[in-house]
Design a protein around this ligand. Structure first.
Ligand code: PAF
Length: 288
């Protein structure tokens, strides 16, 4: 496994792979690997000849009051884990390498898809994500790129960008990976105190309650959201940012669940912002 910091080096290595006719599976990450990242790497390993992983805590997707400084970083461990999973190339650039002096281009997906949910509270976040993912895709030139569904809105925004800009890459999304008790894996989980970790579980409990209510026939979003809010508010250190039930393809809010719906939650537990989601489906739809 090779680790590269320079754009020109990884670009050349990726060009060489493609010249041999091999396919590239690409997993863009911000590092501090957990099983969620490894599931993406394993999917890439299975589907593609070569696996390229980027590790870059992208400053432009963090707001000034957000946790860029305290975002977990563990490059040495990430390298070992990547090596174990059979990764071929790691791209771990510095900020200066990605955003050299004079850098002044941004890629922005406009409209409801980026302005609502996480976009409402994290101004400029998705613009930072789409700009860096666009750059990374241009640098690596992957056949398939892999993203986790914990960041459901991010995955949709990236799919939109890829489609709108005719980017020659397939985007695969992989399911949320959870701890044994159900908490969605996130690099930020290690910033939770024991007490916060316990309360963070209410996010999963709220989602599971919503899932059960929908399965048992509850069609209106209102009561399902209220039940979820009740569970979330039991955690003293939990501040809910949003609880929404939305169309899984457009993220338009849904008031009556007929087909599949996505329930999305963002909450701050202490200082740590967590997001999670689950698919809601009524029993009668599942039978069809
Ligand atoms: O999901 C992430 O880890 C990041 O938002 C991504 C896609 C690597 C862009 O920095």
């Amino acid at each position: 496994m090779l680790v590269m910091e320079r754009v020109r080096d990884i670009q050349r290595a990726c060009r060489d792979i493609k010249a041999l006719g091999d396919t590239i599976g690409f997993v863009p990450t911000m590092g501090a690997f957990h099983e969620g990242h490894l599931s993406l790497i394993r999917a890439a390993r299975e589907e593609c000849d070569k696996v390229v992983v980027s590790i870059f805590v992208n400053p432009t997707q963090f707001g000034p009051a957000e946790d860029f400084q305290s975002y977990p970083r563990d490059l040495e461990n990430d390298k070992k884990a990547a090596e174990n999973e059979g990764v071929d190339l790691i791209f771990a650039p510095t900020s200066r390498e990605m955003y050299p002096l004079g850098f002044c281009t941004e890629v922005e997906v406009k409209g409801d898809i980026t302005s609502r949910l996480c976009g409402a509270s994290r101004e400029g976040h998705f613009k930072g994500v789409t700009t860096v993912v666009n750059k990374l895709m241009n640098i690596v030139g992957p056949d398939i790129a892999y993203f986790g569904m914990k960041d459901a809105q991010q995955a949709l925004v990236i799919k939109r960008m890829v489609k709108d800009l005719n980017m020659p890459v397939n985007v695969r999304t992989m399911p949320v990976v959870r701890e044994e008790d159900g908490l969605a894996m996130s690099s930020r989980n290690i910033n939770l105190s024991d007490r916060e970790r316990e309360q963070a579980l209410n996010i999963y409990k709220a989602l599971k309650t919503a899932e059960r209510m929908a399965r048992e026939g509850a069609g209106s979003a209102g009561p399902i959201r209220s039940a979820a809010m009740d569970i979330l508010s039991q955690g003293k250190d939990v501040t809910v940012e949003y609880v929404e039930i939305a169309d899984p393809d457009t993220l338009d809010p849904i008031s009556e669940i007929s087909g599949e719906a996505l329930m999305l939650v963002a909450a701050r537990v202490g200082e740590t912002r967590l997001i999670d989601n689950i698919v809601l489906e009524r029993e009668e739809n599942r039978a069809r």
